[in-house]
Design a protein around this ligand. Structure first.
Ligand code: TXA
Ligand code: MG
Length: 335
């Protein structure tokens, strides 16, 4: 078991501050040697390892307790590095990456045989790729000459981390280094779109299906259809959930009922909702991207508060709320 160190990294939109370059060099050295580093991305923190080293990839699965059937996203520094890993780069891939990379969109394409270990892709013939836009992740990817396999930096089945503290609590002793760049900006995991066949969303996220359709035309089916889990095994139930049971609430007034208003209930409400005496409440912004940014931190906080039941006011309809609605329904589904 490694001893975990944590290094703070200062950055601006232009890149990593001079005083923090040593942290990047340290991370690059660990990754080159096959070790694991938790890195900030604009979505959630990732547990990164050398994507072309079988041993490093095995360590990722081990550290997370992740089942081997669930493939990893490969993080690259640019389109050209991505193209070197796939068998077939489609016109849709060009359009979508021009529109959304670097950024919170993961594309799935047929993989080039013999380069990326089968462990990364869980034995499958496709690979998931993304260029993160976080200045720290980008600078690290530019400091090394190999791609990084990086699932979210949490133990399997737990909530994704949006701060270095979340990572520390979940993976201390299982990762060599955590780069702490403060809370992440997007707050939920990237949108995953499968381009290996007729384009379709495997996991909704910060980039909405409407935004994708505006670039490449209509998508196949709907991410909530039943056969989706066959193609994106990580989308099986038991993901994206806090420890406590979670319920999405249509009518906050129903909390007043005695069976709901019991000890240990934490209510995640919208700013401006009337607070209820004796109900621990976390208020989140009504603006969709701000809500998204704070949601996981609120769920982590509810768990820390010892919640026995988390109630979440139902978010509105509409494309801006797609990712949030997806994660809440998965968290609820588990119960
Ligand atoms: O925002 C994100 O995507 C974060 C940051 C760290 O980049 N990463 C992340 O990774 O959420 P993870 O491993 O927690 O989720 C990856 C998702 C899983 O649902 C997995 O099944 C799916 O992507 N996936 C990976 N490779 C795939 C493939 N070849 N085909 C279909 N789905 C794939
Ligand atoms: Mg995950």
């Amino acid at each position: 078991m490694p001893v975990t160190s944590l290094l703070k990294v200062e950055f601006s939109p232009q890149g990593v501050a001079c005083g923090s370059l040593e942290a990047i060099e340290r991370a690059a050295a660990i990754l080159t040697d096959g070790g694991l580093v938790a890195i900030p991305t604009e979505t959630v923190y990732g547990l990164a390892g050398h994507a072309l080293q079988e041993k490093a990839v095995s360590l990722i699965f081990q550290a997370k307790g992740r089942p081997s059937f669930n493939p990893l996203i490969v993080h690259v520094r640019d389109v050209s590095q991505a193209k070197g890993l796939v068998a077939d780069w489609s016109a849709s891939a060009t359009k979508l990456t021009e529109a959304f990379w670097p950024g919170p969109l993961t594309i799935v394409l047929p993989k080039l045989p013999g380069l990326i270990p089968d462990r990364v892709t869980a034995g499958g013939q496709t690979v998931a790729l993304r260029v993160p836009s976080h200045p720290v992740a980008l600078q690290l990817l530019r400091a090394i000459d190999f791609p990084l396999a990086a699932p979210s930096a949490n133990r399997s089945e737990a909530l994704s981390p949006t701060t270095a503290e979340h990572v520390w609590k979940s993976l201390e002793g299982r990762v060599d280094l955590i780069l702490d760049a403060g809370p992440t900006g997007q707050g939920i995991e990237s949108t995953v779109v499968d381009l290996s066949g007729p384009p379709r969303i495997l996991r909704p996220g910060p980039v909405s299906s409407a935004e994708i359709e505006a670039i490449i035309g209509p998508l196949e089916g709907n991410s909530n259809e039943g056969d989706e889990t066959l193609r994106s095994p990580g989308m099986l139930a038991r993901h994206y959930a806090p420890r406590a049971p979670l319920r999405v609430l249509d009518d906050p007034a129903s909390i007043r009922q005695s069976d709901i208003k019991k000890k240990g209930v934490v209510w995640i409400a919208f700013d401006g909702e009337d607070s209820l005496p004796e109900v621990a409440t976390i208020f989140l912004p009504k603006q969709p991207s701000e809500y998204r940014r704070s949601l996981y931190a609120a769920l982590h906080q509810a768990d820390e508060m010892g919640a026995t039941l988390i109630l979440v006011s139902r978010p509105p309809e509409g494309p801006d709320w797609e990712g949030v609605r997806d994660r809440l329904s998965r968290a609820e589904w588990r119960q």
